[in-house]
Ligand binder design. Sequence first.
Ligand code: ARG
Length: 401
Amino acid sequence: MTERIVLAYSGGLDTSVAIGWIGEATGAEVIAVAVDVGQGGESLEDIRQRALGCGAVEAYVADARDEFANEYAMPTLKANALYQGHYPLVSAISRPVIVKHLVKAAREFGATTVAHGCTGKGNDQVRFEVGIQTLGPDLKCIAPVRDLALTRDKAIVYAESHNLPIETTKKNPYSIDQNVWGRAVETGYLEDIWNAPTKDIYDYTATPEFSPAPDEVIISFAQGVPVAIDGVKVTPLQAIQELNRRAGAQGVGRIDVVEDRLVGIKSREIYEAPGAMALMTAHKHLEDITIEREQARFKATVGQRWAELVYDGQWFSPLKRSLDAFIEDTQQHVNGDIRMTMHGGQAIVNGRRSDTSLYDFDLATYDTGDTFDQSQAKGFIELWGMSSKVASQRDQRVSGL
Ligand code: ARG
């Protein structure tokens, strides 16, 4: 029986050419799998037809939008995960859900190998292959761009000489990856890290300098997950979509960073994640009133470690799973409403209310009704500073000798 290879298919030039390229190099039949993670653009049926037109023996489309929002974006939100303090893991969290569908398709169609269109320089090859190894230890991986010398120039020549139903003249100078959680743009003139991004780079966000009238929104959360916007019930996917629209119109969520790739390269990336950043801002402010101080401090370090693991392709690792359990436990009381004004590229919280709040007006107030016993502060401070005071006395004694 002819060997079968499942290819992660985007509909773009590289993966379209990869169908025939892999076939010629390996003699295998190629099954194209496109996964909808809310990237928008062309209809998935058009993409499916193109795969068949490019020689795939089967083409399969998976609608993973709700799955992606519920099981990948929401954990990122609960973790307040920002890699290097900036990046809400847009591409990093889409790879594991795509991997799930690739492995499932490999099983269904009896494939032995999974292929993807990544280069050998980035994080995504690692995320795909570590994920595939973990979920399908018997499956092999192949990356035609990296392993079968499929360069862009060769792809154009191949597509034209084989009359593939794909545009080869439209030259996009950028490498773009997008889904409902956000959009990542790199390469081209952005590689000079002194160059400011030009307007044409952005798609999810409008220019913040010319934003429309301020937009005030109330986001309601239950156990760390958005459940209503302005009182209207929403699913996580709808919450992200609605805030992509509203926060995007205000230019919220633009990020310009030089980040540390897993493979040791520092690289420039422009992100736009209006919905993700608006939700994360609101979520963090709700945590500020509903999570106890020590738990909150520890959670920040857990969230940072979580972001690193996910960035580094360890979505399916035991440590990531354990951190998920911790984070999930912290979300028990993260219920309530956050009011936020979005304008001029910023989302600023200006009100919060929660039935599970730890904010105690009577303890906090400087007005009448204060129940905080200030006389206890004096003794507390004495003991709190004790160990440093003792050490300092020792230091002075020793250096005085
Ligand atoms: N640097 C980001 C990451 O590793 C995004 C990469 C996405 N790819 C792209 N062509 N922009 O997660």
